[in-house]
Design a protein around this ligand. Structure first.
Ligand code: BGC
Length: 383
């Protein structure tokens, strides 16, 4: 490693949460900027060092990341009054992420995000058995998925690249899979996440980021009054174990219609079998193709109190909208507040759940001569 690289590494890893210029606002409910510093964040997990990394642009827009699970730890964005607000839920130390009760905060999930029915899929007459960790199914790569490994880190000026070699048959998934995830920011307050992977054996791959967002700020209450638009005319309905039935159903006239801006809480309590199965929204939306563009405009979400707006663009065909229905005060977030019911929501760009077992869904197979490429942009502005 040359001197410049070493110095950059030092500067990035030693920068602390400093948007307020102080560390006192720990439980200040009006401010919602959590205080975390890289020194106390650092933990040893699986005999490896998990650190805090910082990307910050000219406007103060800041993204905090860790190499444990290649996670987003915090996203600091300006609100309509110019105040900086942390809109991504997370923890103050890397060690707190190593918790099976709440394993996915901010994480990259995979090798196959979301559910695989009965923990099985077949490739070329071989049946692969995966760990069952969610009812009868496999969720987010099993117990030791990408969220629970320490990734290698490379630090660049405006980006951080995490990489991990997911070995053949780890948790039953075939192929030595070399996976790279790069987080980059620019001065337009955009965070771009680029995924790239190769394998030496035919496998299934579906990577996503599992950040819990609250556009009014971490710890500011529920997300039910947020305004949400999802650019999708259809969803993939599920059975009682949240595995897609294979149907593609139009959202028109149902509580799932977010084709124009709507408060998340407006229809969430309507009597509807799909909402009962998910205990709220926990469904994959079939994104409308944004014609002529490389990426689909997937969603727009606006914090009703802050006006902070996030637009998501993705190359993926689906978006899992999860309204935080299983959040159950299991953990304490950065600003000292618990993860109460529906105080965060996830918008996970990805291929459709259970695609390995659903021949009518977009194919998620990765072959040795192919490169897995996927990109999502989270673009922040003020409404
Ligand atoms: C799933 C939820 C699950 C959550 C865990 C989401 O992607 O769809 O069912 O509870 O992840 O954080």
């Amino acid at each position: 490693m040359n001197l410049t690289r070493l110095l950059t590494l030092f500067l990035f890893t030693s920068s602390a949460y400093s948007c307020t210029g102080s560390k006192k606002s720990n439980t200040d409910a009006t401010n919602h900027i959590a205080t975390v510093d890289s020194i106390s964040f650092k933990s040893t997990i699986n005999d490896q060092e998990a650190n805090l990394y910082t990307l910050k642009n000219n406007n103060g827009f800041t993204v905090y990341l860790t190499n444990f699970g290649a996670r987003i730890v915090g996203i600091i964005a300006p609100d309509k009054e110019g105040k900086l607000i942390d809109v991504a839920l997370g923890f103050k130390t890397a060690a707190e992420y190593n918790n099976p009760k709440e394993p996915y905060f901010g994480a990259i999930v995979g090798p196959v995000a979301n559910r695989i029915a009965n923990g099985k899929f077949e490739i070329a007459d071989n049946i692969y058995n995966l760990p069952i960790n969610n009812g009868p199914n496999t969720l987010h790569g099993g117990k030791n998925g990408l969220h629970f490994v320490v990734w290698n880190t490379e630090v660049f000026k405006d980006s951080i690249r995490f990489s991990y070699l997911h070995p053949d048959l780890q948790d039953g998934f075939p192929g030595n899979k070399q996976i790279d995830v790069t987080y980059a920011i620019n001065n337009q307050n955009e965070l771009t996440v680029t995924y790239r992977a190769i394998t030496d054996k035919e496998t299934y791959l579906n990577l996503s980021n599992h950040t819990y967002f609250n556009m009014n700020g971490e710890g500011s209450g529920t997300i039910l009054d947020h305004q949400l638009q999802i650019f999708a005319d259809a969803t993939t309905p599920v059975d009682s174990t949240l595995i897609p039935t294979g149907e593609i159903t139009n959202v028109a006239g149902t509580p799932f219609d977010f084709t124009s801006l709507k408060a998340i809480g407006k229809d969430i309590d309507i009597e509807n079998q799909q909402l009962t199965y998910g205990k709220g929204y926990d469904h994959n939306y079939v994104l409308n193709e944004t014609k002529g563009k490389e990426m689909n405009h997937a969603a727009k979400i606006i914090g009703d109190k802050t006006g902070i707006t996030m637009d998501i663009y993705t190359t993926e065909p689906g978006l899992q909208f999860y309204s935080g229905n299983f959040m159950a005060e299991n953990v304490i977030l950065k600003n000292g507040v618990k993860d109460s019911f529906r105080t965060g929501l996830c918008l996970e760009p990805q291929n459709f759940p259970d695609a390995p077992n659903q021949p009518t869904f977009p194919n998620s197979k990765l072959k040795p001569d192919q490169i897995y490429n996927s990109k999502t942009i989270y673009s922040f502005s003020i409404n």
